[in-house]
Design a protein around this ligand. Structure first.
Ligand code: ZN
Length: 104
Protein backbone atom coordinates (compact mmCIF):
# COMPACT_ATOMS: atom_id res chain seq x y z
CA UNK A 1 0.00 0.00 0.00
CA UNK A 2 1.35 3.41 -0.89
CA UNK A 3 2.20 5.86 1.81
CA UNK A 4 -0.55 8.28 2.66
CA UNK A 5 0.07 11.66 1.11
CA UNK A 6 -2.10 14.33 2.68
CA UNK A 7 -1.60 16.81 -0.13
CA UNK A 8 -3.02 14.34 -2.61
CA UNK A 9 -6.21 13.74 -0.76
CA UNK A 10 -9.66 15.21 -0.90
CA UNK A 11 -11.63 16.10 2.16
CA UNK A 12 -11.92 13.34 4.67
CA UNK A 13 -15.54 13.21 5.66
CA UNK A 14 -15.49 11.30 8.89
CA UNK A 15 -18.34 10.01 10.99
CA UNK A 16 -18.08 11.17 14.57
CA UNK A 17 -20.06 8.17 15.72
CA UNK A 18 -18.10 5.32 14.22
CA UNK A 19 -14.99 6.78 12.55
CA UNK A 20 -16.00 5.79 9.05
CA UNK A 21 -14.35 8.02 6.46
CA UNK A 22 -14.77 8.69 2.79
CA UNK A 23 -12.79 10.99 0.64
CA UNK A 24 -14.04 13.95 -1.29
CA UNK A 25 -17.36 15.29 -2.40
CA UNK A 26 -20.19 15.80 -0.02
CA UNK A 27 -21.27 13.80 3.00
CA UNK A 28 -23.83 11.16 2.23
CA UNK A 29 -27.26 11.54 3.73
CA UNK A 30 -26.36 8.95 6.32
CA UNK A 31 -23.24 7.17 7.41
CA UNK A 32 -22.81 4.02 5.32
CA UNK A 33 -21.47 2.23 8.34
CA UNK A 34 -23.59 3.24 11.34
CA UNK A 35 -26.34 5.25 9.62
CA UNK A 36 -25.73 8.38 11.66
CA UNK A 37 -27.22 11.42 9.97
CA UNK A 38 -24.83 13.42 7.80
CA UNK A 39 -24.49 16.17 10.39
CA UNK A 40 -22.37 13.63 12.24
CA UNK A 41 -19.67 14.00 9.62
CA UNK A 42 -16.68 16.22 10.13
CA UNK A 43 -13.74 17.09 7.95
CA UNK A 44 -11.05 15.03 9.65
CA UNK A 45 -7.66 16.77 9.81
CA UNK A 46 -5.18 15.43 7.29
CA UNK A 47 -2.30 15.23 9.74
CA UNK A 48 -4.36 12.99 12.01
CA UNK A 49 -5.45 10.82 9.13
CA UNK A 50 -1.81 10.38 8.22
CA UNK A 51 -1.19 8.99 11.72
CA UNK A 52 -4.03 6.52 11.31
CA UNK A 53 -2.79 5.24 7.97
CA UNK A 54 0.80 5.05 9.07
CA UNK A 55 -0.30 3.04 12.10
CA UNK A 56 -2.29 0.56 10.02
CA UNK A 57 -0.68 0.46 6.60
CA UNK A 58 -1.88 -3.04 5.81
CA UNK A 59 -5.62 -2.67 6.23
CA UNK A 60 -8.28 -0.64 4.46
CA UNK A 61 -8.68 2.84 5.90
CA UNK A 62 -12.17 1.92 7.06
CA UNK A 63 -11.03 -1.19 8.84
CA UNK A 64 -12.20 -1.37 12.44
CA UNK A 65 -8.69 -0.62 13.68
CA UNK A 66 -8.57 2.62 11.69
CA UNK A 67 -12.04 3.71 12.70
CA UNK A 68 -11.29 3.07 16.35
CA UNK A 69 -8.08 5.05 16.16
CA UNK A 70 -9.86 7.96 14.46
CA UNK A 71 -12.40 8.11 17.25
CA UNK A 72 -9.59 8.13 19.80
CA UNK A 73 -7.81 10.92 17.95
CA UNK A 74 -11.01 12.92 17.67
CA UNK A 75 -11.41 12.75 21.42
CA UNK A 76 -7.78 13.44 22.13
CA UNK A 77 -7.62 16.48 19.85
CA UNK A 78 -11.18 17.63 20.39
CA UNK A 79 -11.65 17.50 16.66
CA UNK A 80 -15.40 17.11 16.64
CA UNK A 81 -15.90 20.42 18.40
CA UNK A 82 -13.59 22.28 16.04
CA UNK A 83 -14.48 21.09 12.60
CA UNK A 84 -18.16 20.69 12.18
CA UNK A 85 -19.56 20.36 8.74
CA UNK A 86 -21.16 23.66 7.93
CA UNK A 87 -22.80 22.92 4.63
CA UNK A 88 -19.91 24.04 2.53
CA UNK A 89 -19.59 22.78 -0.98
CA UNK A 90 -16.08 21.81 -1.85
CA UNK A 91 -14.68 20.22 -4.94
CA UNK A 92 -13.55 16.67 -4.87
CA UNK A 93 -10.23 15.79 -6.43
CA UNK A 94 -9.52 13.05 -8.85
CA UNK A 95 -8.02 9.91 -7.49
CA UNK A 96 -9.15 6.94 -5.51
CA UNK A 97 -12.74 7.60 -4.73
CA UNK A 98 -14.44 4.92 -2.80
CA UNK A 99 -17.97 3.77 -2.98
CA UNK A 100 -19.01 3.16 0.60
CA UNK A 101 -21.52 0.58 -0.44
CA UNK A 102 -18.67 -1.59 -1.71
CA UNK A 103 -16.82 -1.49 1.56
CA UNK A 104 -19.06 -3.38 3.88
ZN1 ZN B 1 -20.88 6.25 11.24
Amino acid sequence: MTKYQPFMQALLWTCKSCGFVYEGGQPKQNCPSCEAYKSSFIDFPQHLEAKVRESYPDVHFNHKFCRTMRLALMAEHNVAAKSRVSGRVLPSVSGEHMNPSDTF
